[in-house]
Design a protein around this ligand. Structure first.
Ligand SMILES: C[S@@+](CC[C@H](N)C(=O)[O-])C[C@H]1O[C@@H](n2cnc3c(N)ncnc32)[C@H](O)[C@@H]1O
Length: 225
């Protein structure tokens, strides 16, 4: 068995945890305080997050998408594959080192999505964008923890409560969709989405796409036109 090799570490701003990038052969892992946030062996559900949301906005001529956060770039790459030449993707990533890793050792995993002219990366808490922008996005894709509970940093809890969900609702264009990734189901989160004004449902998707694996949960929450 090849041992894990520590490649780099960085602390998430705002009293967040320590992120560590590990490599074992061709496999990479990003961990926060010892919990795995992302592993390059399983990225089917991260891609499904983008595909399901993009399918919901397929009629948009020049769709604008917000993705939080970058991770290993699989969600971003999948969105770029689904969007046409006039689509635009804003990726909000809290930890500058993660962006650096995506320009370096992780770049080829998802096929160099940061080299695509349709992408803008902002090294910022996605919550700041949600608070600041109104009716700006056709889809907002959130995969910043392992589900609707803060893991990377305590402040992420705001995103999953009433105020954060209402901010996401307001940042979407009228027929927009919010999609949220999770390792497992959470009925109370579905209720909170509904209370914030969304028409929400859960979809179970395979962690490793066609190769199967565990089932992960994605909420698709539409604003309704
Ligand atoms: C699970 S990974 C995302 C995996 C990604 N979907 C992919 O395809 O590889 C979570 C990412 O969100 C970032 N993050 C955590 N909290 C954030 C926040 N509040 N704003 C922006 N990015 C955040 C983390 O640093 C990490 O890069």
């Amino acid at each position: 068995m090849i041992p894990w090799e520590l490649i780099d570490t960085s602390r998430a701003p705002g009293s967040g945890g320590e992120l560590r990038l590990y490599r074992r052969g061709r496999e990479y892992s990003i961990q926060v305080d010892g919990n795995e946030l992302m592993n390059s062996r399983a990225h089917g559900s991260e891609e499904a997050l983008a595909e399901l949301a993009c399918d919901r906005i397929a009629d948009c001529l020049a769709p604008r998408i917000l993705i939080g956060g970058m991770g290993m770039g699989y969600t971003t790459a999948a969105a770029l594959r689904r969007l046409g030449p006039d689509g635009r993707v804003v990726v909000a990533e809290l930890v500058p080192a993660v962006v650096e890793w995506n320009r370096g050792p992780l770049a080829d995993l998802a096929g160099y999505p940061l080299n695509d002219d349709r992408v803008i990366v902002r090294e910022i808490d996605v919550a700041l964008i949600l608070r600041a922008e109104q009716q700006a996005y056709d889809a907002i894709l959130l995969d910043v923890d392992n589900g609707p509970e803060a893991l990377t940093r305590k402040g992420n809890q705001w995103l999953y409560g009433r105020a954060g969900l209402e901010a996401a609702f307001n940042a979407l264009r009228p027929a927009g969709v919010l999609a949220v990734w999770s390792a497992g189901p959470d009925q109370s989160f579905t209720r909170r989405l509904t209370q914030a004004g969304f028409e929400a449902h859960e979809v179970r998707v395979a962690a490793r796409g066609k190769a199967g694996g565990n089932r992960h949960t994605i909420w698709l929450a539409g604003r309704g036109a």
